[in-house]
Write a protein that binds this ligand. Structure first.
Ligand code: AMP
Length: 401
């Protein structure tokens, strides 16, 4: 079975063709500058097939982008499948499913309407996701099943005490203002892998999943269900991130807006694009740059990383308390998979709650491995995330059902 996984943005579109049954990746790539000058990248994973790297392809809309993907995948010389018939279904990453979707769904006209109703919740992302779906229908026809896989769906199991904000209740009832959480596909994937690594049923384990990358969130997963997560109504909440502030006292907004005569758009732009470790360090949003800058004596770069690590550590404590214990802590995404020093800083000094790191075992990157000491009551796991595979697995399960 071959599933095409699509992650559509407003002017770009990432794709992968993979087999969810054995995890085999056939090809991946990227359409960039859609609606501008069109750059197309194609990376077949089959020996002897030619890579295309940011070549010029006219892509006035997402439909031409999907057509370019199809042409490359079925190309007689460098394609990886014989024809479009060998693509069984398409799985789309959709950012926001609101309260309407608590799991992945087969896309129907009714679902498209419900997706449109979710646009106000993610005005920047959901319209692009919808465009990607329409483009696939235009190019592949109505007979190829398409599935929507939501970043928010996994978190729909949170209890009200975790997802409600202490605002007047009508803002929840009338306007759906609540915690939704994001990175759900990643948290779900690594939670499943963690249970497999522990040799236990997912129903029997309490996990804390730390997805630490340019965007970061931590999720408490009890018995396979998300019971709390650090991102909120939007992905701006929780940890300080590359350029996002994370949680802060809302009173600061009024103070700064009054003092500098800023409107709310300017303020929110600062919170999303100019804050986080970039804002504190003044150096970079990239954790590798911060590590290097700190080694060269830049204390603010060190402070930014310390604030981030401290934020993750506090969430681990909070979620262990929320679940009444924890069996394993998972590190994933760019920082979680690659930065041994940050993993160590985060998970050190937690012996009181049964977490004992193995500094040597931790000195790895990018593979599934236990990085806690043999006698650590709580296991610490490094698990590379694979959102595309999770999307393909969900898509296959729905199409087969
Ligand atoms: P992601 O959003 O998951 O792609 O993660 C991107 C982040 O991972 C960036 O801040 C990178 O600097 C960080 N990252 C990647 N490799 C490393 C590394 N070796 N050490 C520290 N951070 C890393």
């Amino acid at each position: 079975m071959n599933i095409l996984v699509i992650n559509a943005g407003s002017s770009s579109l990432k794709y992968q063709l993979l087999n969810p049954e054995n995890g085999e990746l056939l090809a991946k790539g990227l359409c960039e500058r859609i609606g501008i000058d069109g750059k197309f990248t194609y990376k077949p994973q089959v020996e002897g097939k030619k890579v295309l790297d940011a070549v010029d392809v006219a892509m006035p809309t997402h439909s031409e982008a999907i057509q370019a993907v199809m042409n490359a995948l079925i190309d007689a010389e460098n394609g990886v499948v014989g024809s479009m018939k060998e693509i069984d279904a398409v799985g789309h990453r959709v950012v926001h499913g609101g309260e309407a979707f608590n799991k992945s769904v087969l896309i129907t006209e009714e679902v498209m309407k419900a997706l449109e109703e979710c646009i106000p919740l993610a005005p920047l992302h959901n319209p692009a996701n919808l465009t990607g779906i329409n483009a696939c229908t235009a190019v592949m026809g109505k007979d190829v099943p398409q599935v929507a896989v939501f970043d928010t769906a996994f978190h729909q199991t949170m209890p009200a005490k975790a997802y409600m904000y202490a605002l007047p209740y009508e803002y929840y009832e009338n306007d759906k203002v609540r915690r939704y959480g994001f990175h759900g596909t990643s948290h779900k994937y690594v939670a499943g892998r963690a249970a497999a690594m522990l040799g236990k049923n997912i129903e029997d384990v309490k996990l804390i999943s730390c997805h630490l990358g340019n965007g970061s969130s931590v999720t408490a997963v009890d018995g396979g269900k998300s019971v709390d997560t650090s991102m909120g109504f939007t992905p701006l909440a929780g940890l300080p991130m590359g350029t996002r502030s994370g949680d802060l006292d809302a009173g600061i907004l009024e103070f700064l807006m009054n003092k500098y005569g800023m409107n709310i758009k300017e303020m929110v732009n600062i919170l999303n694009k100019k804050s986080g470790v970039q804002g504190v360090s003044g150096v970079s949003s990239d954790f590798r740059d911060l590590e290097n800058a700190f080694k060269e004596g830049n204390d603010r770069a060190g402070l930014a990383v310390d604030m981030f690590n401290y934020g993750v550590k506090k969430l681990i404590g909070a979620y262990a308390a929320a679940m009444g214990g924890v069996d394993a802590i998972i590190f994933t995404a760019g920082v979680g998979e690659n930065s041994a020093s940050q993993r160590l800083a985060i998970a050190s000094d937690l012996e009181f709650m049964g977490v004992k790191m193995d500094a040597e075992a931790n000195n790895v990157r990018g593979k599934e491995v236990v990085i806690s000491a043999a006698d650590s009551k709580v296991k610490v796991l490094l698990i590379p995330t694979n959102e595309e595979l999770m999307i393909a697995m969900d898509t296959a399960a729905i199409v087969k059902a």
